[in-house]
Structure formats: C-alpha cells, structure tokens
Design a protein around this ligand. Structure first.
Ligand SMILES: Cc1cc2nc3c(=O)[nH]c(=O)nc-3n(C[C@H](O)[C@H](O)[C@H](O)COP(=O)(O)OP(=O)(O)OC[C@H]3O[C@@H](n4cnc5c(N)ncnc54)[C@H](O)[C@@H]3O)c2cc1C
Length: 464
C-alpha cells in the first residue's frame, strides 16, 4: 500500500465544504478546521476539484459526531435529520469520559450524579458511588440539547445539515459510481406540508438513523433482537426533587422487569421513570406500573408530563457494512446489555467511522472502499467487544431470578466492585482486576448467590 506523503497530505487541506445555506457542494478556501491524516490509500483518486461526498442519515449523537469528524477531515458532508428538535426517549446518562472526549461544555450536563442507589427485589438498597473521586460523576443530559449541540458543531465544521426524512437510497450502477439518496425535504418557509421529494448523489452513506434504521433495511443489514423501553417524565414537588439532585436509582426484580431494570433518573427539573424488557414486551406497562410503585414514596404527588417508548437494540446487526454504506450507533446495534447504555457508543462509533473514511479517502481526495469502512468495524469491535461481553455475562448471571438479583445488589455494596464498575463505566475500559480481590469477590458472590437462593427456598416454603 502506498502511503500518502506529508506533501500530498498537506495538499489535501485545500478542501470543499458544503454550504450550510445551499444544497450544492462548493469549493472553499483552506480551513484550519481540517484534520489531516497520513493514511495509506489504494482507491481511485477523485478528479481534481472534486471531494469525497458522504451523506450521514440521522442527527442523533452518532450522526452529529460522524458529520463533524467528516467535515473536519475535508469530506463534503450532508447530514439529514427528520426532526431538528427531536427529544429522543432516553435516560440521558453519559459517562464522564464523554464530556472530555467530545469537548462537551459543562452547562450541557443538567445533573452530576454521584450517588447511585441499587435496589433489590426485597427493597434492600445499596449506595454506589462511595469510591468516586471528587471530580467524578455520571452526567445527565437532555437529548434534545445534546443532539442539537453536536449537530450545530458539525455544521460549524462545514457539514450541511438538512431537515428531511430519508426515504431510500439507490446503489451505484457501475463500479465507483455514486449512490442516490432520496429524501423528503422539509422547508418551514415553503409552507408545504409533508415536504418535497428530492435526491442527491454521494460516494458513501453513514446510517445513523437509530433503531428503526431505513438505511439498515435498504442495505439488507438484517434484524437484531431488541428491548422495548418505556419511560415517563414526572414533574415531582421541589422537596422531592432535592432527593434526586445528585442521585439516580436502579430497581431490579421480576416485578419491574424479567430481564432488565427499572430506573429513576434525574433530569433538569423532573425525573425520568422507566423500565425495559426483551422477553415480555407485551407486559411493559405492567412493569412500568411496578417501577412507579417501588419509587412511590419518592415520586408521590408527581405529574406525568411525557410518556415515551422506543426500541433498544440488544446486539449488533448481522451486517454493518455493504459496499460504501455502513451503520453506526443504534442503527448498527451498539447498546450494552445489562446497563442499556448507547449514547457514548453511538457518538464514538460515528466518530470512528468518520475517521476511517477520512483516512481511507486521504482527506476526501480519494474514493473510499468497503475495506476502509471495515477498518472502523474492526477497530470498534477490538476496543469494545470485551465491554459488551462482560455486560452480557453479567446480565445472564444476575438478571435471571430474584435470588440472583439479591446477590447482585449485595455484591454491589463491595468497594472493590464499585471501583471496578465505575472505572469501567466512566472511562470505558475493562479494568484489569486485582487477583486477590477477584478471588475474594468470587467467594463473596458465590456466598451471596447461595444465601439468596436459600432465602428464596425458605420464603417459598412459607408462602406455600
Ligand atoms: C427509554 C430509553 C432510555 C435510554 N437511556 C439511556 C441512557 O440513560 N444512557 C445511554 O447511554 N443510553 C440510553 N439509551 C440508549 C440511547 O438512547 C441510544 O443508544 C442512542 O440514542 C443512540 O444514538 P443514535 O445517534 O445511534 O440514534 P438516535 O439517538 O436514535 O438518533 C437517530 C436520529 O435519526 C433520526 N432519524 C431516524 N430516521 C430518520 C430518517 N428516515 N430520516 C432522517 N432522520 C432520521 C432521528 O430523528 C434521530 O434524531 C436509552 C434508550 C431508551 C429507549
């Protein structure tokens, strides 16, 4: 593979940006925002004066992060979002590392959670957070605010942001040809209801359009198993809100979910109460009622201001790349089991995918190939597969019965477990353990499981 010399890499900084006000691609002067990569490139060089054009479908964390990195890398980028003020149903919890990695301004974080209460089926509550350093917290954001911030930053970096509904794409008719993107263009000034059908040509497509991805359907990515998550936004009295100022709660038990957990997460001026399940979707409202009941004392007098539900993917799709089309975020299926976390992985996969495109196209001067997109998949899987696997195992072991859940909560009281869990969550790395502590933990966990199972046996005798 020929590697791009620093001289030609420097030349690649003469770039083309999409005009934010027009849908045409136009040339602009050298921009300090452009990120120069010195990647090897084997794909055809684009004609002089023509840059790689990429459509990013969806303007959530995955799409916003992808569009920004593409535009900064000298790629002509257009992001299509169907609803600019979309308030994605979401708990809004983000790990600390996301704030620094994505340069998020601190005023974007509504709440800094430092106390996490884990509540067992028998209502034994364990406080998690004792091991946190003074600067450490779980951030709580409003999705409409976070998503808008990331999209706006992508626009400032040179991406064109379109308000429209992606409908479908047509694959190129010849090798190295362009993809045609069809969408409904929404223009509030035109007064047209339902939008106007339009299309444009691109060299590659990044599907960041969430769990019900149309891009995934078009590329035949296959289905994934999903959980249905239900959430109510509850405005609670001020004195009750004070309790949740720095606190979030997680409830486990087969009343709130047979395979997930129920939660109360603090938002700026209300709390989000929710639950999810993969295995018993039809019973989701029953689980929600149980979650509300468990938190009753703390949310009493509250008024439900919004009810929302949305699928959460359980694992990656069978196929995540096809030709020059690829998936990121929920569209790809990057939510962890056990915790249901997806915001960070969406933004991270969007950025990693974009960086692979920037590198593969030598800052937008060459066409990308499927192999370039596969590099993003390989790197993402290499970095995060252990995290997904560990959380998958934890869910299988500890969410399978109330006895196991009791043991899980008991285990969470351990400082070593708290440190390991928080380090893995806040900094997104599987922390290497201390062998002696691991043995102690294994013994304690088995002890907890045995105790909880024995207790359950005794309880069932009593209720017979
Ligand atoms: C109830 C609930 C609670 C959750 N809580 C948390 C949590 O606390 N922390 C956490 O990390 N994760 C949480 N998640 C998961 C998290 O919400 C997702 O993983 C994350 O939003 C994925 O980001 P994304 O950008 O891939 O997709 P999305 O956020 O779904 O964004 C997709 C975007 O694409 C747009 N779009 C879709 N189709 C089209 C189309 N055809 N044309 C144009 N635009 C389109 C949508 O309007 C949307 O803006 C939760 C999920 C649910 C359902």
């Amino acid at each position: 593979m020929a590697s791009l010399s620093s001289a030609s890499a420097a030349r690649a900084t003469t770039t083309f940006h999409l005009s934010p006000s027009s849908s045409s691609f136009r040339s602009s002067r050298r921009s300090s925002r452009v990120v120069v990569t010195r990647a090897a490139a084997t794909s055809p060089k684009l004609p002089a004066g023509r840059r790689l054009r990429v459509a990013v479908v969806g303007g959530g964390p995955a799409g916003g992060a992808a569009a920004e990195a593409l535009a900064k890398g000298g790629v002509e980028t257009v992001l299509i979002e169907r609803k600019m003020d979309n308030c994605k149903p979401c708990g809004g919890a983000i790990p600390l590392c996301m704030v620094s990695e994505f340069d998020l301004p601190l005023d974007l974080v509504d709440r800094k959670v430092t106390k996490m209460k884990m509540i067992s089926p028998s209502n034994v509550a364990v406080d998690i957070g004792r091991t946190l350093a003074p600067h450490e917290y779980i951030g709580m954001v409003r999705r409409e605010v976070l998503d808008d911030f990331l999209r706006t930053r992508a626009q400032k970096a040179g991406a064109e942001v379109l308000n429209g509904l992606f409908l479908r794409y047509e694959a190129p008719k010849e090798a190295n040809g362009t993809y045609t993107v069809h969408y409904n263009h929404y223009d509030s000034s035109s007064g047209k209801v339902g939008g106007e059908k339009r299309s444009f040509e691109v060299d590659a497509i990044v599907g960041a359009d969430g769990a019900n991805s149309r891009v995934a359907k078009d590329m035949g990515a296959g289905d994934y198993e999903y959980a249905i998550a239900f959430q109510e936004r509850v405005k609670i009295p001020d004195d009750k809100m004070r309790y949740y100022e720095e606190r979030a709660e997680m409830y486990v038990g087969d009343d709130v979910s047979p395979d997930f957990y129920g939660w109360v997460f603090p938002k700026c001026d209300h709390v989000a109460v929710g639950t999810g399940t993969v295995t018993h979707k039809a019973d989701i409202k029953k689980f929600q009622a149980a979650t509300r009941l468990r938190a009753k004392d703390k949310i009493d007098g509250g008024r439900i201001i919004r009810v929302e539900a949305h699928p959460i993917p359980e694992h990656p799709r069978p196929k995540r790349v096809s030709g020059r089309v690829t998936l990121v975020g929920d569209a790809a299926g990057y939510v962890t089991k056990c915790s249901g976390e997806g915001i960070y992985f969406a933004a991270k996969s969007g950025r990693m995918c974009a960086e692979a495109i920037v590198a593969g196209s030598a800052n937008g001067t060459r066409l990308v190939e499927e192999g370039d997109l596969r590099k993003y998949l390989a790197e993402f899987d290499r970095l995060y597969w252990p995290t997904y696997k560990v959380l998958d195992i934890l869910q299988k072991v500890f969410y399978r019965s109330n006895a196991a859940r009791e043991a899980f909560v008991e285990m969470c009281a351990d400082d070593y477990v708290q440190r390991m869990t928080f380090d893995s969550y806040l900094y997104k790395r599987v922390v290497p353990g201390n062998p002696l502590e691991d043995i102690k933990l294994a013994v304690n966990t088995i002890g907890s499981l045995v105790r909880a199972t024995a207790l359950r046996r005794e309880m069932s005798k009593l209720t017979l």
